[in-house]
Design a binder for this molecule. Structure first.
Ligand SMILES: [Zn+2]
Length: 288
């Protein structure tokens, strides 16, 4: 049975995300370690770290995962913005390490006014600089596949593989996070057995299934190859429940912790959406 969780708010303290995850029946939890729309952040205190660790112990929630700020663009042709992004990613890794979080997910970036090739090369340079600046921590960077909106990179597995291949030293500190909504919007048809098999074999060929360290489970409001990133509740979008069952039942990928990034709130009957989505996932493989 794969570990299933959700992204939770840190409002009121990091431990609150863990408690919210436990309350919704999550096995694992994703969180931001700072405001995701700001560059700056207050340092994390020892008391905050203790409360977070204590909450994990108390609840049994495991595999905490950090998601980096949306402002970071490691591919930017603007050298000032790129330096700011590298510095911000260093801070993200240090904060995760302080909290005992092993991985930080980041969107690889957008090439904006340059080209995909130049953007990917820039990501390689940025990653090397990030690892150079954080020699004493083992926190890994997980590059997340994108929907391919605008000039965002990493929408196909070839590009993710190209990014990974640019980093040889510190290779063990670099992996990927696969988002089901983004993959589908980028053109990977997860809705049939053949499409799923093709997707996972492409992923294995270009990236390596052993480098997938986290999975984001989101249905998609938009269609196959739409290149538009709009998350939908599990089973209510264009992907459909059978695709999620394939991920949950996959011999290798089912060992990777999986996190919802679907909308919060309650359904028509007043049920918490995280609880509903987790139930749908577990029911899909006969575990409830
Ligand atoms: Zn995601």
């Amino acid at each position: 049975m794969p570990k299933l969780g959700s992204h939770m708010s840190i409002a009121g303290g990091y431990y609150r995300a863990v408690e919210a995850a436990a309350k919704a029946g999550c096995d694992c939890v994703q969180l931001f370690t700072k405001n995701n729309n700001q560059w700056r952040a207050k340092p994390i205190t020892a008391a905050e770290i203790d409360a977070f660790q204590d909450a994990l112990q108390r609840t049994g929630v495991s595999d905490p995962l950090s998601h980096a700020s949306y402002l970071i663009n490691l591919a930017s042709p603007d050298l000032e913005l790129r330096k700011k992004s590298v510095d911000a990613m260093v801070v993200e890794l240090e904060r995760a390490a302080a909290l005992g979080i092993p991985h930080v997910v980041v969107h690889p970036g957008a090439f904006t006014t340059s080209s995909p090739e130049e953007g990917i090369a820039a990501i390689g340079v940025s990653l090397k600089e990030i690892f150079r600046q954080t020699p004493d921590i083992s926190t890994t960077v997980l590059l997340e596949n994108t929907a391919g909106q605008g000039s965002t990179l990493g929408w196909n597995f070839e590009q993710l593989g190209a990014m990974l291949s640019l980093v040889s030293a510190n290779r063990e500190r670099l992996g990927v996070c696969i988002d089901t909504c983004h993959a589908f919007a980028a053109g990977y048809d997860l809705t049939t057995d053949e499409g799923f098999l093709l997707t996972t074999s492409e992923l294995d060929r270009h990236v390596g299934l052993n480098r997938v360290k986290a999975i984001h489970l989101n249905d998609s409001k938009k269609g196959l190859d739409s290149r538009v990133d709009r998350h939908e509740h599990i089973g209510e979008g264009m992907i459909g429940i059978s695709a999620f069952r394939r991920f949950l039942a996959h011999p290798q990928l089912s060992n990777v912790p999986m996190y919802l990034e679907t909308e919060k709130g309650t359904d028509d009957q007043g049920n918490d959406w995280d609880v509903v989505n987790l139930e749908r996932l577990r029911a899909s493989i006969g575990v409830i």
